[in-house]
Design a protein around this ligand. Sequence first.
Ligand code: ASP
Length: 322
Amino acid sequence: MLTLKRIILLTIFLFPFCLFSQTNVNNNSKFTIVIHGGAGFISKDIPDSKKNEYLNSLKEALTIGKKILANGGKSIDAVEQVIRYMEDNPNFNSGKGAVFTAIGTHELDASIMDGKDLSTGAVAGVTIIKHPISLARKVKEKTKHVLLSGPGADQFGKEIGVEIVDNHYFDTPSRLKNWEKRHKKKIEKHGTVGCVAIDMYGNIAAGTSTGGISDKMHGRVGDSPLINAGTYANNKTCGVSATGVGELFIRNTVAFNISALMEYKGYTLEQATDEMIHKRLEPGTGGIIAVDKDGNYSLSFNTPGMFRGVANSKGLFEVKIW
Ligand code: ASP
């Protein structure tokens, strides 16, 4: 029989552990992470070696995020690290490998949002920042602003000490070849990277990074650095990262509307993404990746393909193109 004294002693002894488990409250160590590497017309005739290169790059990106989340890391860190990897990988249109503007340079856009407190940071039209997603996070954490653009954003990057590179660092031979072709024919090409995750603590984060659209006008800003259009996260509903024709995602406020349909109309994540991607947008215009507050996910696109992946704490780990 436990005496009163023993019960009191036991309570005092266990109290710190109760506190510890309280501050680490989680939904049974559950997490979900989704990624994309752009949507559009992706030819099924690409050589197997190139296809495998894309799939392996997606797997590596997903593994980085999965490890962070499985070790109890925060979704905002997983999102930043996954996107940094994709910015370094020339297979994607963000950071190294970004498309060229009409004047033959690179102007990069990125944004990140934390669904815990709706804090956001974004950069548009940066030209010398190796990892735009990390500068976006610095805007979120070190300034009172949400979005910095152009020379001011580059300057902030220098001052805050993120890695600076020459604009030619972003060049790749394949993008240059494509640009030369498109520049003559005026064909647009889309591509971007994004990541959304919910961590063990129920916090949702989302981020997006891109070189924009090939041959875009100098100064053009797409949806990717715009919270509500290309990126959104709210712990009450979901997190979203978009890819596609930025102008249409801006006009239709796609990322926020998915969250709003859930919050105001009681839609499920699937219903909300279907509404925006398949009913509001024209076919062939893009897609989104999203995760909701219960760890459900959606990878929805109205284009022939979208580079994408999903992993969760139940052992799901999948990457696909078409
Ligand atoms: N949405 C991006 C933009 O318009 C491009 C893309 O996702 O492919 O800048």
